[in-house]
Design a binder for this molecule. Structure first.
Ligand code: IMP
Length: 447
C-alpha cells in the first residue's frame, strides 16, 4: 500500500500526464487536488490522443476511481465537454467523483480574468484566460459558488442573483463590459448541475475510506512548483498550490497518510506566460527544442518558451516538495545536440547564488552559470533499459540527479507508454537519498 503524490518540478507541462498514467496502473484511486481547466494533460494510448483538463488521467483504467478534489476549481461547461469526449471514445466515467466543496468557475470569472490581463499592461501575467485567478479570489473573498451550491437549485438561484449583480457592477464600471443576464446564467448553470449532480460527493471521506482500506491513492498535481501561489515566481504564478503540500489541503487528508512524493521534470526547461526564466534560449537551440519537443500549450496552444535544465530550481523543487525520486521526461528531445548545458547556479549582481530567490525582480537579474556536457547525437527513443542509453545520456542523467540530490526512478523518451525506462520502483523504492554522516549524498541513481 502506498499513497503517492506526483508533482511538476518546474513551470508545469513536465509530462505529468504520462507519468501519472503510468503510475495509475497500480493506483486504486487517482485524485486531482488543485488547479482548474488551465491544466491540460495529453495522453497517447494505442495511437489515440486524449486531452484532459480536469478529469484525472486515471480515468483510462476502468477499475480506477478518479476524484476531482476540493482544492480544484471546476468549469462545468469544460467538464461536461470532457465527459462527452470520453463517452464518445467508449471510456466509462462511472468511477468519477467530484468534491462537493470544490469551487465553480463562472462566466464572470473568465471575463474578469481576460479583462484584468488587458488592464495590467506591462504587469501582465500571461494567464490562460480560463478564469482561474478570479475563481480562487472569490473563494478567498468568500463569495464563491461551490459544487454543493451548484446542485442545490433554490440556493443557487438566491446566491447567483446576488453575486451576478455584484459582479455586473465590476464588469460594467471597472472594465466597461456588458453585464450578464442573471436569469440566463442561472438557467445555464442549473442545466450543468443536472448533468454533474450524480458525480458530487464528500471527496475527503471517500479518499479517507480508501486509505483506511489500504488502497493505493495517487495524488496528481497540476501545473508545477514554480507556478505555486506561495512558493513560485510570484506574481507570475497560478492561484493554487501545485506543490506536494497542496495535496493534503486540496483533498482534506492529513499529511501522515502520504508515503512518497515523485517529481516530474523535463530534461530541459519550458515555461508559458510571462515572468523571468534565466535559462531561456532565444535562438536556434530554443527553436529546435520547441519544434522537437512539440512545445505548444495543451490548453491555449501558446508556444512554450524553452531553455536549458536549471538545477537551481530543480534543487528548490526537491526541497519544497520533499521529493523522494524523480521522473525525467523528454530526454529524446536532446538527442541531436552536440553539447548540452545545465545551469548549476546563478550569478546575481556579481555574486554566485545557489538558491532560488523569492523576489521576481531579483530572479530576473539572475544570470545562469552553466556546465557544458557532451551530447550523444544518436536517437534514444527506442531505448528501453539503462544499458540501452548512450554513455553521454547516462552521464547527463547522473549529473541531474547529483545536482538535485534526488534519485531518478523513471526516464521518458517519447509520448507512448512503452517509451519509458524504469530505473527503480517509483512507488515502493527507497525514501529520498539523504546525506551520509560525512555530508556526501547517498547513492542517487540506482542503475
Ligand atoms: P492561470 O493559471 O490561468 O491564472 O495562469 C497563471 C500562469 O500559470 C500563467 O503563466 C500560465 O501560463 C501558467 N499556467 C497555468 N496553467 C498552466 C499549465 O498547466 N501549464 C503551464 N503553465 C500554466
Amino acid at each position: 500500500m502506498a499513497n503517492v503524490i506526483v508533482i511538476g518540478a518546474q513551470w508545469g507541462d513536465e509530462g505529468k500526464g504520462k507519468i501519472t498514467d503510468l503510475l495509475s496502473r497500480s493506483a486504486d484511486v487517482v485524485v486531482r487536488y488543485q488547479g482548474g481547466v488551465n491544466a491540460g494533460h495529453t495522453i497517447v494510448v494505442k495511437g489515440q490522443t486524449f486531452k484532459l483538463h480536469l478529469i484525472p488521467s486515471g480515468i483510462l483504467y476502468p477499475d480506477t476511481e478518479c476524484i476531482i478534489g476540493s482544492g480544484t476549481v471546476i468549469d462545468p461547461q469544460v467538464l461536461i465537454t470532457e465527459l462527452d469526449q470520453l463517452d464518445k471514445l467508449g471510456i466509462s466515467t462511472a468511477n468519477l467523483f467530484i468534491a462537493e466543496n470544490a469551487h465553480v468557475t463562472m462566466p464572470y470569472h473568465r471575463m474578469i480574468d481576460q479583462a484584468s490581463e488587458e488592464h495590467r499592461g506591462n504587469y501582465k501575467i500571461g494567464t490562460t484566460g480560463r478564469g482561474i485567478g478570479p475563481t480562487y479570489a472569490d473563494k478567498s473573498e468568500r463569495t464563491g459558488i461551490r459544487m454543493l451550491d451548484l446542485i442545490d437549485p433554490q440556493g443557487l438561484r438566491e446566491q447567483l442573483n446576488w453575486t451576478i449583480n455584484y459582479k455586473n457592477a465590476i464588469l460594467e464600471k471597472l472594465y466597461d463590459l456588458p453585464p450578464l443576464n442573471p436569469d440566463e446564467v442561472i438557467e445555464q448553470y442549473l442545466g450543468y448541475a443536472d448533468r454533474l449532480r450524480p458525480y458530487v460527493v464528500d471527496a475527503s471521506l471517500k479518499i479517507y475510506d480508501a486509505v483506511r482500506l489500504r488502497r493505493n491513492v495517487l495524488f496528481e498535481g497540476a501545473q508545477g512548483t514554480l507556478l505555486d501561489l506561495d512558493h513560485g515566481t510570484y506574481p507570475f504564478v497560478t492561484s493554487s498550490n501545485p506543490v506536494a503540500g497542496g495535496a493534503c489541503v486540496g483533498t482534506g487528508l492529513g499529511p501522515t497518510i502520504i508515503d512518497r512524493v515523485i517529481g516530474v521534470s523535463k530534461a530541459y526547461t519550458t515555461r508559458v506566460g510571462e515572468g523571468p526564466f534565466p535559462t531561456e534560449l532565444d535562438g536556434e537551440i530554443g527553436e529546435l527544442l520547441c519544434s522537437l519537443g512539440a512545445e505548444f500549450g495543451t490548453t491555449t496552444g501558446r508556444k512554450r518558451r524553452c531553455g536549458w535544465f536549471d538545477a537551481v530550481i530543480g534543487r528548490y523543487a526537491a526541497r519544497i516538495n520533499g521529493l523522494d525520486c524523480l521522473a525525467v521526461t523528454k530526454l529524446d528531445v536532446l538527442d541531436q545536440l552536440p553539447e548540452i548545458k545545465v545551469c548549476v547556479a546563478y550569478e546575481i549582481d556579481g555574486e554566485r547564488c545557489e538558491h532560488f530567490p523569492a523576489s521576481s525582480r531579483r530572479f530576473a537579474r539572475c544570470r545562469p552559470i552553466y556546465k557544458t556536457l557532451p551530447g550523444w547525437q544518436v536517437s534514444t527513443e527506442n531505448c528501453r533499459t539503462w544499458e540501452d542509453l548512450p554513455r553521454q545520456a547516462q552521464d547527463y542523467l547522473k549529473y541531474l540527479a547529483e545536482l538535485m540530490e534526488v534519485p531518478i526512478a523513471i526516464v521518458s523518451l517519447g509520448a507512448s507508454r512503452d517509451q519509458t525506462i524504469i530505473l527503480e520502483d517509483p512507488i515502493h523504492g527507497p525514501k529520498r537519498a539523504l546525506l551520509h554522516a560525512d555530508g556526501t549524498p547517498a547513492s542517487l541513481l540506482s542503475a
